[in-house]
Design a protein around this ligand. Structure first.
Ligand SMILES: [Zn+2]
Length: 89
């Protein structure tokens, strides 16, 4: 099985958009959403579903690093992270 992971050899097929995500050069689609749909949930992503990068690295599109969540659950998760950061200051 071929996974569209980012390897240096294949870098030409992708570019990094202004938000820091890989996109396919030929379709402008977000690579992590495509991988998550195809290999994590194995169906199309529904409206309102967000693909989260577990380790915080937006460029790490390994299946084990991707988690499909609802928009609100994803927001809650990041809210917690932001609060933690604020407290540390
Ligand atoms: Zn996230």
């Amino acid at each position: 099985m071929r996974f569209p992971f980012i390897t240096p050899k294949k870098k030409k097929e992708y570019y990094i958009d202004p938000r820091g995500y890989y996109r396919y050069r030929n379709s402008d689609r977000l690579v992590h959403r495509h991988i998550a749909a195809k290999h994590v949930v194995k169906r199309r992503l529904k409206f309102g579903e967000v693909v989260h990068h577990k380790n915080g690295n937006k460029l790490d599109n390994r299946i084990s690093n991707l988690q499909v969540m609802t928009w609100s659950a994803h927001n809650r998760l990041h809210q917690k992270q932001w609060e933690k950061k604020r407290k540390r200051r």
